[in-house]
Design a protein around this ligand. Sequence first.
Ligand SMILES: [Mn+2]
Length: 253
Amino acid sequence: MPIFDWTRTDLYKPLPDKSTALFYEKSKIENINPFEFLNNILKQKGLLSMPGWEQEKLSKIKKLFEQYDGFTIDDLFENAKYFLNEIIPVCEEVNIKMAIHPDDPPWSIFGLPRLITSKKNIMKYLNLVNSCCNGLTLCTGSLGSSEKNDIIDIIKTFKDRIFFAHIRNIKRFDNGDFIESSHRSCDGSLDIVDIVRTFYDIDFKYYIRPDHGRHIWNEEKRIGLRPGYGLYDRALGIMYILGIFDTMCRIKT
Ligand SMILES: [Mn+2]
């Protein structure tokens, strides 16, 4: 993800259940320049403790944008190929599996190209260096922010190259906005039951994490909280995922 890591417009947007969660307002991102956006989000509590938004990087933001001026998605693929060509042979030697995380959201923002946004682009990336060490982190929430991405199809297609899974739900709105919801299928746009069932069916052997969560039980007031990374809702998410796995095991035996 060039320059910006995961991007949201509100860190504490209320959900109908009175919890708060990370929210992306499409029109806000489209109608603001990146520097103004940064100043706005800097005013929201907790920014400096968010992964990918380190102060060191923020202080260089103008320079970074200059470096990406005129940079296309093909250029980005070329750079990725150069990088993979260098590291993957070493990974093979020492048996380390790389697992690239999708762009979040999975589309271009602020005119910056983004690579891992769709099945087609994932295919292209994994084929840059076709190795069992060049893999994918399947993040349901990141890819699922775009309704064009069929998560079940993506899991089945890349089942041998997924080495880490982030399972979480998001609620998409018709205008392109989305908010991070609880893990339950009925609370969001993704069918988490179906997603976990698919991981069960492909006999997935790697780590799964609940990824993000809402801020519940007043956790948004906790000092040092990284927005989206509260303990409580991620713990609930783990139990929801395990509940589906356990049910699948019981049904299938
Ligand atoms: Mn993720």
